[in-house]
Design a protein around this ligand. Structure first.
Ligand SMILES: Nc1ncnc2c1ncn2[C@@H]1O[C@H](COP(=O)(O)OP(=O)(O)OP(=O)(O)O)[C@@H](O)[C@H]1O
Ligand SMILES: [Mg+2]
Length: 308
């Protein structure tokens, strides 16, 4: 559906291997290298402290953390919007502070947490068309891009609607359509599923997964959707009080309810259930499943053991 949208920049995504980072020689290149010593807001709030993370080509990465833990601040630093940090942030090896906004926006797109900070045109069409028009696409291409992007977020038929009259979840979708219509190869998304209905949340994750897998778009998203994370994301970073406290695959990160509670998060519900069946009810689970599918397999194993 979005095929034509994502190939105009010829970003070399053909070598993208997604989840398989392979051996040392074939490891995907680092697109964003983040080394922050600190970020302090003008009012003295210390929002980020020592942290290091690399975002590689083709990764689909989640940033989890409780309210005020620094997710939005980190995404804004990664998008070059906040330059007043101590440390180094490199986009394709170049100091993000020295890049012109145009050079950043050709590669990286940020979807704000609050859609009212992002949307500004009067109609849906005008808003989604703004980016591709500004990038110099001919009118006909712009219309095509807007159409595909609206279809991708299930908002076909809303092109003429006034932005002002959209519901919150619809506004979120339009913000994402606006970015899709531009076709960046790195997307930073600040809670893209917040405020969406359950089906919309799932469909949004699917859409992002498709962009990641099929079009090679590198994605970093801040999220509270703990239950969906293990189904979709390759890697997670847990932020607490402006620092990364854990990082790795969902299996590496989601290990025990207590550790999550310490950073005001929780495990996926299904993992919480199996964890208590194992530890409180002493059922012999070998591993902690993170998804309903895995849990079903583990439960069937335990059930068949108990029959023996
Ligand atoms: N413009 C600002 N000026 C001063 N302090 C700020 C500003 N924006 C954020 N902060 C503070 O920085 C810290 C990190 O905020 P941030 O918005 O990055 O958190 P978050 O993880 O995105 O939270 P949420 O889950 O609520 O979106 C918080 O303590 C917040 O109060
Ligand atoms: Mg935030």
């Amino acid at each position: 559906m979005l095929d034509h949208i994502h190939h105009y920049h010829g970003s070399g995504v053909e070598n993208m291997t997604g989840k398989n980072s392979g051996g040392k020689d074939t490891a995907p290149r680092t697109r964003l290298s983040v080394r922050i010593d600190s970020y302090v807001y003008p009012d003295g709030t210390n929002a980020l402290s020592a942290m290091a993370l690399d975002i590689r080509e083709g990764e689909f990465v989640g940033i989890l953390g409780s309210n005020g833990s620094g997710k939005t601040t980190l995404l804004k630093v990664m998008d070059g919007l906040m330059k007043d940090f101590k440390g180094d942030v490199l986009l394709d090896g170049m100091d993000i502070r020295k890049l012109a906004p145009k050079e950043i926006y050709r590669k990286v797109g940020l979807v704000f947490q609050n859609p009212d900070d992002q949307l500004f045109a009067s109609t849906v069409f005008e808003d989604v068309a703004f980016g591709p028009t500004n990038m110099g696409f001919p009118e006909k291409d712009v219309s095509e891009r807007v159409k595909s992007a609206l279809a991708a977020v299930d908002m076909s038929g809303y092109a003429k609607k006034s932005i002002h009259n959209l519901s919150f979840g619809q506004k979120k979708r339009i913000c994402i359509a606006g970015l899709l219509a531009m076709g960046h190869d790195i997307l930073l998304l600040d809670e893209p599923t917040a405020g969406l209905d359950p089906m919309g949340e799932y469909r949004m994750m699917h859409l992002l997964q498709k962009l990641n897998r099929e079009d090679g778009v590198t994605i970093v998203m801040a999220t509270h959707s703990v239950d969906l994370v293990p189904l979709f994301l390759h890697k997670l970073y847990i932020l607490s009080k402006g620092a990364i406290v854990r990082g790795g695959t969902p299996e590496d990160v989601f290990t025990a309810p207590e550790e999550m509670a310490n950073v005001k998060l929780r495990l996926p519900h299904i993992a919480e259930l199996i964890h208590s069946l194992k530890h409180k009810d002493k059922l012999p689970f070998d591993k902690l499943p993170l998804t309903i599918g895995e849990a079903r397999r583990e439960i069937l194993k335990v059930a068949s053991k108990s029959k023996d």
